[in-house]
Design a protein around this ligand. Structure first.
Ligand code: GRF
Length: 220
């Protein structure tokens, strides 16, 4: 008999998919009770598609090129995702700004990981900006997705130390490591119904989280 689907999710990617891999690894290690129903990529060459295939997860390519405009693409994406009835939509390096119809269709059901300590450095080139500013700490954030790019309610952050000799590449590599810890950790909270959100207030076990989410200090 087919096992029951635990907490169904859909993962959206555009590239390497190392976060997807960290999630798959946590599931396979029996430490994350969720089921990835599908991986959807807007980039046919995404390495993450191969990771999904290797893990036996249905993978779908939905390119923007085939659609007249942003709204039509989002509608197709909504239809595709809705067919899997996910409890959560996980953005893991998905390079596409989701429009208002998409956000309305899946209100409070979309999470994203961003490579900075938000609200610092929304958008691209976060590691370069951190180095240019000479900050001592950098890291990653997981947040609910709303109409403001990289600015939805924060759930958690992992903080790393910036070293004197860091380059964009070394910093990026350590932020990625932090991401691979943080995403499975936060997703487990969702899968065990520990996270709630109401009117942009995020709670973990019914305790309201700080404005920047729960902070994990990985600086040692
Ligand atoms: C990560 O740095 C994530 O924070 C950002 O996109 C990158 C995706 O990396 N949103 P990967 O494809 O999971 O390796």
């Amino acid at each position: 008999m087919k096992p029951l689907d635990l907490f169904p999710v859909v993962v959206l990617i555009s590239g390497n998919g190392s976060n997807l891999q960290a999630i798959i690894d946590a599931i396979n290690a029996n430490s994350l009770p969720i089921t990835i129903k599908a991986v959807i990529s807007n980039n046919p060459n995404a390495q993450g598609l191969r990771r999904a295939q290797q893990a036996g997860i249905p993978s779908i390519i939905l390119e923007k090129a085939g659609f007249d405009n942003h709204a039509q693409y989002d509608q197709a994406l909504i239809k595709q995702i809705a067919s899997f009835s996910p409890n959560l939509i996980i953005l893991a390096g998905f390079m596409h700004v989701l429009g208002k119809h998409f956000l309305a269709a899946f209100e409070n059901k979309i999470v994203n990981i961003h490579p900075s300590l938000l609200p610092l450095y929304p958008g691209l080139n976060t590691h370069q900006q951190a180095l240019d500013d000479g900050v001592f700490e950098h890291g990653c954030s997981i947040h609910f997705v709303n109409e403001h790019v990289d600015a939805g309610p924060l759930i958690a952050q992992a903080v790393i130390k910036v070293k004197n000799d860091d380059t964009v590449d070394t910093l990026k590599a350590r932020v990625h490591q932090a991401e691979h810890f943080l995403y499975p950790t936060v997703l487990k909270w969702f899968s065990t119904a520990r996270i709630t959100i109401e009117q942009d207030i995020v709670q973990l076990d019914e305790v309201t989280l700080p404005k920047n989410g729960l902070k994990f200090n990985l600086t040692n």
